[in-house]
Design a protein around this ligand. Sequence first.
Ligand SMILES: O=C1O[C@H](COP(=O)(O)O)[C@@H](O)[C@H](O)[C@H]1O
Length: 235
Amino acid sequence: MEIKTFKNPEATAKAFADYLCEIQQEVNRLNIALSGGSTPKLLFEILVNKYSDKIEWPKFHFYWGDERCVPPTSGESNYGMTHEYLFQHLEIPEENIHRVFGECDPDEEAVRYGKLISENLPPINGLPQFDLIILGLGEDGHTASIFPHQMELLTSKDVCEVAEHPISGQKRITLTGSVINNAKEVCFLVTGDAKAEKVNEILSITGDCERYPATYIKPTHGNLIWFLDKAASGK
Ligand SMILES: O=C1O[C@H](COP(=O)(O)O)[C@@H](O)[C@H](O)[C@H]1O
């Protein structure tokens, strides 16, 4: 595991954009799972404004690590946020964007999306392998849509599962811990002092998967990198 710390969110996002430029050189196609929430917005803005001609967009195939079960037009849609901040500003082939249909029946959609991923990605150890999975970290220690005390979503042998937000009860579709740990590269992108406490717990020996699902993420035969800003690494 590597931990990279930068002075602020902008420097963190820029370092991540540089990392994308670097890894795209090694492959003809890159299957990437994006995170949602608010943290990636800055990365997407920087990619659009400063990296649009440095990234070979047709090489990238976009999937999501998790999606809220809402229509793509909802302000809560992870796809919707990505469209607003990234896709609509770039020339990305439509067939490279593989969104979760948050508007469909969650159980059926978890099966459909898992099947799509299994058909499109190479199998390693019986599970599809992403080239890169970007993860965020919730203030409660959740990652993708795997919340505290949802161990079954970490250890499931399926590709996707239906998750439920512990407070709002909102249904979500999430990649399982098994698929995340099967990726070639897994990167956490975490900024802000609101996350510092949890980052400290997770990266220290006291972290435990039940309380902090992010602790479970340790790729079996891939790399794990934490991109943090100074505030998030402050504790
Ligand atoms: O609900 C979610 O939260 C996490 C963290 O989001 P952030 O707003 O704190 O950046 C995110 O990684 C996940 O994809 C999202 O669905």
